[in-house]
Design a protein around this ligand. Structure first.
Ligand SMILES: Cc1cc2nc3c(=O)[nH]c(=O)nc-3n(C[C@H](O)[C@H](O)[C@H](O)COP(=O)(O)O)c2cc1C
Length: 336
């Protein structure tokens, strides 16, 4: 057990780029399609959507897209929402049996449903309690436990953030991911990368930086400016899967359009093979809603997919749209 616990971020995830956990987006089909862009032999960690620890004990592997882990061999780091030991214990036990290699605790979700139950970003309101929740996970896990958090609840207080994260590490977290926006900001405004730099300098522990990376240049800048151990990318990575290469040059805009089209078709292959059609269609549409801001005629694409009634029509529309050259943009206004 101790041997497994010693696995660090470096051992589990030598690759510099990781996908961010996102509800409705980081399900198996998207993870598997992005993983195909990884350089040969590269090993990263792959997040699930946030999974509610109060429900997990009643659920079965593969019962829905959220719980489909056909890509577990790639290195799965499921994210749980929770604050009660009995549920955290049973969830981690199940996820470990299902093949997880690490467990992430969500301390960043600002939606009311999470706040009402006092987990997600609500845990950032009480550093002692958050450290206790981390300890609960660590003592019930043979796998490394990480925490994903925000800059705070309301205005940023650096001293508070450093002490909070220090407490999380003292409770046994193996690494921390910082999305440097406050809960109040939700996804508005911009992520303050200075906080990632300061946190790394102050604590010198493994820190994953996250927030607003949209192109390869942003990856380099985040790495250089913050010294973070890994760069986590959410919205842009599900639109531009080649960002997972971590290279320093973006492909040409039309090559990007071509890659994006091929990738959507791959996601559809995985969706069609594993998900019931209604659930699969909803996820395909949501993927296009979230990725279309980077595509020049993304609205047109979405309009076509919205009308498609089944997988066959979705595939036909994708093939038609991408039979013509499409272009993608370097940066867009990120959706709040
Ligand atoms: C649709 C959507 C769903 C999200 N769901 C989660 C989630 O389940 N857990 C989590 O920690 N963060 C979640 N996030 C936040 C992302 O993980 C990430 O921190 C945020 O989008 C900033 O990174 P980005 O600018 O690279 O997208 C979500 C974001 C989006 C857009």
């Amino acid at each position: 057990m101790d041997l497994i616990k010693k696995n660090s971020l470096d051992e589990l995830c030598p690759h510099p780029i990781v996908l961010a956990p996102m509800v409705g987006l980081t399900h198996y089909a998207v993870r598997a399609a992005i993983a195909e862009f990884l350089p040969a032999g590269a090993r990263a960690l792959w997040p699930t959507e946030m999974l509610n620890s109060r429900r997990l004990h009643m659920q079965k592997e593969n019962q829905n897209p959220e719980l489909t882990f056909k890509d577990k061999a790639n290195g799965l780091c499921p994210q749980i929402l929770g604050n009660e030991e009995q549920y955290i214990r049973s969830s981690i036990k199940k996820l470990t049996e299902w093949g997880a290699v690490a467990i992430d605790i969500n301390m960043g979700c600002p939606v009311n449903r999470a706040l009402k139950h006092n987990y997600g970003v609500a845990l950032m309101g009480d550093p002692k309690y958050a450290a206790e929740v981390t300890s609960m996970a660590v003592r019930n896990s043979a796998l490394p436990v990480s925490v994903k958090l925000r800059a705070g609840l309301g205005g940023t207080d650096e001293g508070f953030l450093f002490d909070f994260v220090q407490g999380i590490f003292e409770a046994g977290a193996a690494w921390v991911t910082l999305h440097p926006r406050t809960a109040e900001q939700k996804r508005k405004g911009s992520a303050d990368w200075n906080l990632i730099r300061k946190l790394k300098q102050k604590l010198n522990r493994p820190i994953i930086g996250n927030g607003d990376v949209q192109c390869t240049e942003d990856i380099q800048v985040m790495k250089e400016e913050t010294g973070c151990d890994r760069v986590m990318i959410g919205r842009a990575l599900i639109a531009k899967p080649w960002l997972v290469w971590g290279d320093d040059v973006d492909p040409d805009p039309t090559v990007q359009g071509e890659l994006y089209g091929k990738y959507l078709l791959r996601v559809l292959d995985f969706v069609e093979a594993e998900y019931e059609e209604g659930a699969g269609m909803r996820r395909m549409r949501f993927l296009v809603v979230q990725s279309k801001p980077w595509v020049e005629f993304g609205e047109t694409l979405y309009g076509k997919l919205f009308k498609a009634k089944n997988y066959a029509e979705t595939r036909a529309e994708l093939l038609k749209f991408f039979s013509q050259s499409q272009r993608m943009v370097k940066r867009t206004t990120l959706r709040a």
